[in-house]
Ligand binder design. Sequence first.
Ligand code: FES
Length: 107
Amino acid sequence: MPTITYHHSDGSVDEIDVVPGTSVMRGAVAGGISGIVGECGGQAICATCHVYVRPEYLPALPPPSDDEEEMLEETAAPRDPERSRLGCQLKTGPRLERIVVDVPEEQ
Ligand code: FES
């Protein structure tokens, strides 16, 4: 079962197990994890699911689509050119059994 770990700016950490196919955003919303809003429900049109992916997990991710790139220019917290992604576009599965992200201070 895939695992998603969320590190918060206050130092707290949430770790949840999810069914394969669950996105980083859906896992947070369903798991009651604060700091990820997911206002548009995963349509890549709100940027309230912005996360910073820990570098060791970046190679397992597909590159951002043009739509995701566009929304990453609209994040409330500063964009990190290497690590910023939309959590709704990061889906767990066989190629992504584990992912660790830092949750921005604001969305
Ligand atoms: S949930 Fe809206 S962009 Fe990800």
